[in-house]
Design a binder for this molecule. Structure first.
Ligand code: ACM
Length: 514
């Protein structure tokens, strides 16, 4: 039978999923020995005295209990033997911040990590080794077996991100948390929130209250928009942290600022506030680079947002500043980057920042195309050789808002159509000419939301491209292979369905019948 026939997959459901046949594919897999079967006696044993190991154990139990119907108590590791053991080991520094080892045999499954984030990533591997039905929220028949053997796994890149534009359309805290939970399954560790743009300002700033109250009061198409209170935002940050994701807030400047300019007349060079904007053009707005008030505004906003941000980075945008002269752009970035440093954060900017002078330690996020000019790529490469780290988000590869094909109802196509293979089949370490892999901090998949206004839309555009970007970020270059990836991705279909994700059924992928 062909790969789209249900039979081979149905048979596989009775046997455990072969060890390592997951997304992202692990760095090292040594299958062998008998599987482990979860039973009514299985306990989740965690390092006694580690609050974080216990929290990861509780998270795992929360995923497994509804579908398995098993009690799966979370207990101290000293309680008995076997079962699922989550342990932190100071001596395992080779596993780094996010690495883990999973050892599975008839007596149990042991996850070992150096740091709690590694336990959390390892739990995603354990989860994917179980049948897809484990993701359902009602009791399923099982059996619940994990193939025997050892997985040892660490990420290729430190930065594996997803960006959500909450400005063009506003998304509620619960919608953002849903996305965070989906990203966790694929070992994403960074959530970049595009919090301001021409169409909406989405975060409360106490010292400039009209930014949210007025600037957040609409969105593309003229709907009611919305904004996060500081408590809302803390809730997002807290939820992301529980999934070992760092939130990178972006305030896009000096362009993409109509919502701010509409909220405060004093920010405009002519002292006149423009109307709110609900269309989808870009490049028409600019902060007034010559005005002192502009830097009072920037200082206040960065101070308040930095105070809400336990993470290292603050993204200052800097893209498509078509209404700012080059001299003004450079002057603006020279003045604003030290403000970010003053409040203890490191700058990230879209790669146009490399046309100014990136601050020491700054990261540039490349969003060009394969066909972008050699001069543009050379400018980015020069910055990289001078120490600016790069996050790669090539628009014609990983922009999740690009249509898959001309028939995709949602999305845009200015960067071209991006089917699943195209988004997976490139190498971040060798993508930009004259950029060494050591300058690449990782990859990020942005989802711009001009046409996206519901969680179902996020699901359809992110899945199944996001898992491929996650694999590019996590898995060793040597594992990169479309033909084997597409088979592993196909096996994610029933899992995504079980999670309620109505993904794009790309004809490039041999999905099983569901
Ligand atoms: C961008 O897509 N303007 C970063």
């Amino acid at each position: 039978p062909g790969p789209s026939s249900a039979a081979p997959f149905a048979e596989q459901d009775a046997a455990p999923r072969p060890l390592g046949r997951i997304v992202p594919v692990p760095a090292s897999v040594t299958p062998g020995g008998a599987p482990y079967a979860l039973t009514a006696a299985t306990r989740i044993r965690v390092d006694k005295g580690s609050r974080e190991a216990r929290a990861v154990g509780g998270y795992l139990a929360g995923i497994l209990r509804p579908s398995t119907g098993l009690p799966l108590p979370v207990v101290d590791d000293s309680a008995g033997r076997g079962g699922i053991l989550l342990r932190l080991r100071a001596g395992e520094s080779a596993l780094g911040e996010e690495g883990y080892r999973l050892e599975s045999g008839p007596g149990g499954v042991t996850l070992t990590a150096h740091r709690p984030a590694g336990l959390f990533r390892g739990v995603q591997t354990l989860r994917q080794q179980l049948p897809a039905a484990v993701e359902r929220d009602t009791v399923q028949p099982g059996p619940w077996t994990v193939a025997g053997g050892t997985v040892t796994d660490t990420p290729r890149f430190a930065h594996r991100g997803a960006m959500l534009d909450v400005s063009r359309h506003f998304f509620t805290v619960d919608q953002v948390k849903r996305y965070i939970d989906q990203l966790a399954l694929y070992k994403i560790n960074t959530l970049h929130l595009h919090l301001s743009d021409d169409q909406g300002w989405r975060i409360a700033v106490d010292s400039w209250p009209r930014l949210a109250a007025h600037g957040g009061s609409t969105q593309v198409g003229g709907g009611p928009g919305g904004f996060y209170t500081k408590d809302d935002y803390r809730e997002i940050v807290r939820h992301a942290a529980s999934r070992y994701q760092e939130v990178v807030p972006e305030i896009d400047m000096p362009g993409h600022t109509n919502a701010a300019l509409a909220s405060y007349a004093a920010l405009n060079c002519d002292g006149i506030a423009p109307p709110l904007y609900t269309g989808t053009s870009v490049g028409f707005s600019s902060l007034c680079v010559a005005k002192p008030e502009t830097y009072d505004f920037v200082d206040d906003v960065i101070r308040e947002i930095a105070a809400l941000t336990p993470g290292r980075y603050l993204h200052i945008g800097g893209d498509e500043a078509h209404s700012t002269s080059h001299a003004d752009y450079v002057a603006f970035m020279d003045r604003v980057q030290p403000i970010v440093a003053k409040y203890g954060k490191t700058v990230i900017g879209w790669h146009q920042l490399t046309g100014a002078t990136p601050a020491p330690g700054a990261l540039a996020q490349y969003w060009g195309l394969d066909r972008s000019s050699a001069a543009e790529k050379a400018q980015v490469a020069r910055a990289a050789r001078n120490g600016t780290g790069l996050i790669l988000s090539p628009a014609d590869r990983v922009y999740l808002d690009m249509k898959y094909t001309q028939d995709t109802p949602l999305g845009l196509s200015w960067a071209g159509y991006v089917e699943v293979r195209r988004s997976y089949d490139w190498d971040p370490g060798a993508y930009l000419p004259d950029v060494p892999e050591s300058a690449v901090r990782g990859v990020e998949a942005p989802l711009w939301t001009e046409t996206i206004s519901q969680s179902a839309h996020i699901d359809r555009m992110a899945f199944p491209r996001l898992p491929g970007v996650a694999e590019l970020g996590w898995s060793p270059a040597a594992t990169h292979d479309w033909e084997t990836y597409r088979v592993r991705l196909a096996e994610q279909g029933p899992r995504m369905t079980a999670l309620g994700i109505d993904y794009h059924r790309s004809p490039q992928v041999p999905w099983p019948a569901e």
